[in-house]
Design a protein around this ligand. Structure first.
Ligand code: NDP
Length: 403
């Protein structure tokens, strides 16, 4: 998926210099096609719909934005430590584009769906600090720093697709469910805790997406078959399966109980197998052929980790399982790939002692912990047609930690 940093946008786009001037003058300038009534941010020289440049006008977006989603993070990026705790926030510029941003909230917290005003404040190398103002007040409530602009002038990447995300109630799975739904997919959010998955579905519905919550324990093959059946009943097709559900339980090998070993292997490895086995017949009989399976491994598989014999073994097993499934399902145009996250800020890593956390971050060349959105972006790429010629791959997303 193409992500534009400001520097890329400015150097690659014909409109880049005008865009930069607007930022310098404190405006968020985009364009609007008056014939099709479509807005673009960053600006676009011709309309995506009518392809004409005749009805394109410049428009100042500085007053218009809506909060789409938040994820709480506790270890900020390098240079921003003093602002912790942080929130990663997506702001929708009223059909005109999207800002994926770090946000440090002061005063009463912003809410999803809330209207805000966004104005650029300071421009550094490839980073802009924005001032975000609650639309109903004139008072500045927060500052946002972003390095990314996500143009929305393209078609949504997963429009017309149906995706199942296991472990979608929290952390990485939650962010993938939100990202897929923002990109047009009808999304089945599955996990064992109903309140979590219902909350994610509510968030998706709030921005106009389609989603449905299904409770499922991936370690239980019957449960998984029900998940597939319910999805087909609800949406009549499946295009994407994300096997994200996983647990981590640690103990040194000499102290590892059968219960720890079995629960980790049963959920992580057998759970992933259960889901692939349950969906395989559907993909083999689907016409036209086509599907994407995305499995979750970990850098712990490749390098091992103290106390994580069960976890690392389950995650290495997932790689072998994925490569075999990739070979078996390639003829049905099903791509099977793995994401190998490094150290990501979620409930799974929340209990890590601060000292260990800081030590790990010090080893990461990008000098920051990863966030669910970093993984969701790669999961979007692997679910979209952009990755059609990839199968059996393991994509490592770790800020360089284990390169
Ligand atoms: P979280 O603990 O934040 O979320 C895990 C999700 O999986 C929850 O929604 C949980 O919900 C669900 N889940 C757990 N067990 C089951 C089960 N038996 N059946 C169905 N759903 C289940 O984890 P992360 O978001 O951090 O991790 C997501 C994936 O990424 C995992 O596979 C993990 O191993 C992998 N990963 C994470 C890394 C990290 O640093 N965070 C690093 C490398 C890999 P519930 O308990 O309600 O079922």
């Amino acid at each position: 998926m193409k992500q534009f940093g400001y520097r890329d946008y400015i150097s690659q786009s014909k409109m880049g210099s005008r865009f930069l001037s607007a930022l310098r003058e404190g405006r968020l300038e985009g364009t609007h096609c008056s014939q099709c009534d479509i807005r673009y941010y960053p600006p676009r020289a011709n309309c995506k719909e009518c392809l004409s440049d005749e009805n394109i006008n410049y428009i100042d977006y500085s007053g218009e934005g809506k909060i789409l989603s938040f994820s709480e993070v506790h270890v900020p990026p390098a240079g921003f430590e003093r602002f912790a705790p942080y929130t990663v926030c997506v702001i929708d510029l009223k059909e005109g584009g999207r800002l994926v941003a770090w946000i440090n909230q002061e005063g009463e917290p912003l809410k999803i769906g809330e209207d805000v005003r966004v104005k650029p404040e300071v421009i550094e190398e490839d980073r802009v600090t924005y001032r975000v103002i609650r639309a109903t007040q004139s008072k500045e409530i927060t500052k946002i720093t972003t390095t990314e602009i996500e143009p929305k002038f393209r078609f949504k990447k997963l429009q017309g697709k149906v995706a199942i995300i296991t472990g979608g109630g929290k952390g990485i799975g939650r962010e993938i469910a939100l990202e897929y739904a923002r990109e047009g997919a009808k999304t089945i959010v599955a996990a064992r805790t109903l309140s979590d998955i219902e909350a994610v579905v509510a968030e998706i519905k709030e921005f106009g997406g389609e989603a449905f919550a299904v409770t499922c324990d991936v370690a239980d093959a019957e449960n998984v078959q029900q998940l597939i059946n319910i999805t087909l009943e609800k949406f009549q097709q499946i295009d994407i399966l994300v096997n994200n559900a996983g647990i981590s339980r640690s103990a040194l090998i000499n102290k590892m109980t059968d219960d720890i070993w079995n629960s980790v292997i049963n959920i992580n490895l057998t759970g992933t197998f259960n889901c692939i086995r349950a969906i395989a017949p559907y993909f083999m009989n689907k016409r036209p052929f086509g599907g994407k399976i995305i499995n979750f491994t970990s850098t712990a598989a490749k390098y091992g980790n103290l106390g994580q014999a069960a976890y690392a073994a389950s995650k290495w097993g997932i790689i072998a399982l994925s490569k075999t499934a990739a070979r078996e399902l390639a003829r049905y145009k099903v791509n099977v790939n793995c994401i190998m996250p490094g150290y990501i800020e979620t409930a799974m890593t929340a209990d890590t002692p601060l000292v260990y956390k800081e030590e790990t971050i010090a080893q990461i060349p990008q000098m920051r912990i990863g966030f669910p959105i970093d993984i969701a972006k790669v999961a979007l790429f692997l679910a979209s047609s952009d990755s059609d010629y990839m199968t059996g791959s393991v994509v490592q997303v770790d800020g360089g930690l284990r390169m």
